[in-house]
Design a protein. Structure first.
Length: 62
């Protein structure tokens, strides 16, 4: 997937080219697919769960 920059001017969205006005809203598409994003979120959630469980186990041992 190609990354490109989009601009929103006066409620109309188009691909940005050249100089844009100061009040234009610029945004870019990512290079990651939705599956990649979901996988990253799942991995982060699993890491957080492991961290919480280990800290809970350590706290209950005291």
């Amino acid at each position: 997937m190609k990354s490109c920059v989009w601009v929103s001017k006066n409620g109309r969205v188009s691909e940005a080219d050249g100089i844009q006005p100061r009040d234009a809203l610029l945004f870019a598409t990512g290079t990651a697919t939705s599956e990649d994003l979901l996988l990253q979120q799942r991995i982060a959630a699993e890491q957080n769960i492991r961290l919480i469980r280990s800290r809970l186990a350590e706290a209950t041992r005291r």
